[in-house]
Ligand binder design. Structure first.
Ligand code: FAD
Length: 616
């Protein structure tokens, strides 16, 4: 799944391993992680007479394949001097100290947990424990999402919380593997560790907390309460209904608002406040609690279904804010402040700045139920168009060529805004480009809608020339035409198989078909060719009520360094009647309009979106 999903899995291969076997018919002394001169040996005889042996020979490299019993017996002999070769092996196996972790635990609808997300030596039960805790962290969040009760960002908090924990555990396991399997050179470190552990309760508690995972503290918001972000401690609780334990309270899979013994008026106030969340958060009134929960100055605790405390009374935010952050605002809440923005770390940081104000406009949902493909939408105008179409309710395929991160960011942004999108990769202008793009597109559409219908195609991807006429080579010329003109033609040809009547095709061309720039002659030629698509296809597609139009931007801000030079920007701005340069959103709004039903009477047209540059 990792490979199919394109997840990176960086880390290190094994450099040491332990061989193990369950052997019948041998009689060797029990050994408990015994360090001998040549290696480490473990032997444990079970009541049924079978002995499990585990052995590592200092300095030996992993053999790269599963060992045979002869390998185990030979190594055992070299390390302990004992001959077990006459025994009957029942099970032979080895495990190494490889240490790898997926860079991300989430890619849209794919989540990694447990050994799928990390690979480690199974020391101290940590491999098992880490995977179980991944699952517990993710489970309730998925359930909330499935029931449409997950606040924005809740699913992303899975990576934010568990990846960091995984990193720490892997580090701890590597340290333990070193101390366990290192030869004489680790002896001094082992002695220092032994002294520290023997002499200090704090050190023992620290190591135990780390190995068990009980010391985890998630970043759950502001506040200094000692339990904030931590697991609810185990304690006996007497409630108004029964005698129970703090752990049992979590068995329902819901959150818990635990009202601790104290001020009755305050408890009533909190109970009333939380009442609208009753289906997601169980309010429990404790009449007494045992040590561990009797923290001073705590009137109440809000606990997530995975047992982590996310709010404590008299500290940090108010209860309503905490409830809204972890449990979606109830449909008809009264007297409750609006949902607070979710601020926990997210899987993929959104690198590009969100377009100002346009991104926050009210959703108009003019394209709800529609599907759209925007080529080249990982950045610039395409990105703005993808965001805009998604705001209108369309499911958007964000096409990109190379910059997957940027395309992922667009999808993340759309999803955060409540929209739907997925990425599609294909290099345009090369043989097989359209086929590749549609493979990804159709699979993405089918998965999300059950069909492969495509309502809106925005041909946006393009490459600029930037070469003087005398420097334009035939190769450059061909490349410009392949990407800018040929690809849109064949994308339209292919898209028409998926496009229902009433579909929309929008081609991003250029003001340069009307405004001279000698450095862009070949580029302008390609855009002139694209303008022709609208004219002729409009006639051809009229009977199907499919419209096709050209949108011609002028100078529009992108990541070209020239837009960072104020004098250049000022000079460019003077070309527009509005005395400013265009923003990608200026063009995206035009694209969105042409995609709606309101533009049904416009086809075959050239829409000047140059901000009055072509006025002369
Ligand atoms: C011999 C051995 C000894 C170990 N000893 C320890 C130890 O002492 N301490 C410790 O902490 N850890 C130990 N581990 C590691 C520990 O068992 C794993 O870390 C843990 O089981 C991982 O849990 P998981 O749920 O992530 O994956 P798994 O337990 O591997 O579960 C994955 C499940 O997915 C199923 N599956 C895989 N592909 C598909 C598919 N395509 N469709 C449907 N199902 C699929 C598999 O059949 C499996 O049931 C040991 C492992 C081994 C093999």
């Amino acid at each position: 799944m990792r490979r199919l999903g394109g997840f990176g899995f960086p880390g290190a291969d094994a450099t040491r391993d332990m061989l193990r076997a369950d052997v019948a018919g041998i009689d060797v002394p029990n050994r408990r992680f015994e360090r001998l001169e040549g290696g480490l040996a473990v032997a444990a005889r079970r009541p049924d007479g079978v002995t499990r042996v585990m052995v590592h020979e200092f300095g030996a490299r992993p053999r790269g394949a599963q060992p045979g019993f002869a390998d185990v017996a030979d190594t055992w002999k070299r390390v302990t001097g004992e001959d077990i070769s006459a025994g009957t092996p029942l099970w032979v196996n080895s495990f190494g100290d490889a240490s790898r972790q997926a860079g991300r635990y989430r890619d849209h609808r794919l989540f990694l947990a447990g050994d799928a997300a990390h690979q480690q030596m199974p020391i101290g039960g940590q491999a098992l424990n880490l995977g179980l805790q991944d699952a517990v962290n993710l489970g309730w969040k998925l359930a909330a999402q499935v029931q449409r009760r997950g606040p924005d960002g809740l699913l992303d908090s899975y990576h934010g919380e568990r990846h960091a924990v995984g990193q720490r555990v892997l580090n701890n396991i590597r340290a333990q593997a070193l101390l366990l399997l290192g030869s004489a050179e680790v002896e001094p470190v082992r002695q220092v560790f032994a002294e520290l552990a023997a002499g200090s309760e704090n050190v023992r508690a620290h190591l135990a907390g780390m190995i068990s995972g009980l010391d985890i503290r998630y970043d759950v918001g502001p506040g200094r309460h000692p339990l904030l972000g931590r697991r609810l401690p185990h304690a006996d609780i007497t409630t108004t209904e029964s005698t129970t334990t703090s752990t049992s309270l979590l068995r329902s899979g819901r959150g818990v608002l635990l009202l601790l013994p104290g001020d009755d008026a305050r408890r009533e106030e909190l109970r009333t406040l939380a009442a609208p969340w009753a289906d997601l958060v169980h309010t429990v009134t404790a009449t007494s609690v045992s040590e561990g929960l009797a923290a001073p100055d705590t009137g109440a605790l809000l606990v997530r279904p995975d047992g982590h405390v996310v709010w404590a009374d008299t500290d940090g935010t108010d209860l309503a804010t905490a409830l809204n952050r972890w449990f979606k605002e109830p449909p008809r809440a009264t007297g409750v402040p609006a949902a607070a923005p979710f601020t926990a770390p997210v899987t993929a940081p959104v690198t590009a700045p969100a377009p100002a104000k346009k991104n926050r406009r009210t959703h108009m949902n003019r394209l709800t139920g529609k599907t759209a493909l925007v080529t080249g939408s990982s950045r610039g105008m395409g990105r703005a168009a993808a965001l805009r179409l998604a705001q209108e309710g369309a499911l958007v395929a964000v096409h990109y060529t190379a910059n997957r991160e940027a395309a992922d960011d667009v999808v993340t942004l759309i999803e955060k805004d409540g929209g739907r999108a997925f990425t599609v990769r294909a290099e345009l202008g090369v043989p097989g480009d359209v086929h590749e793009l549609f493979l990804g597109l159709e699979s993405g559409l089918r998965e999300r809608t059950g069909t492969t219908g495509l309502d809106i195609l925005v041909n946006n991807a393009g490459v600029m020339g930037g070469v003087k006429p005398e420097d334009t080579t035939p190769e450059k010329f061909d490349q410009l035409f392949a990407v800018n003109a040929k690809a849109p033609f064949f994308l339209i040809q292919r898209a028409l198989k998926n496009m229902p009547d009433g579909g929309r095709i929008i081609n991003i061309t250029s003001g340069l078909t009307r405004f001279a720039n000698p450095d862009e002659i070949a580029y302008a030629m390609t855009k002139g060719a694209v303008d022709q698509l609208a004219l002729h296809f409009a006639k051809y597609l009229g009977p199907r009520n499919i419209t096709i139009n050209s949108v011609a931007p002028g100078i529009t801000r992108n990541d070209n360094p020239v837009f960072g030079i104020p004098e250049a920007v000022e000079q460019m701005a003077q070309l527009s009647a509005f005395n400013r340069i265009g923003e990608p959103e200026d063009v995206a709004d035009v694209v969105a309009f042409l995609a709606t039903d309101e533009a049904r009477w416009i086809t075959g047209s050239f829409v000047d979106a140059t901000g009055g540059t072509l006025l002369g």
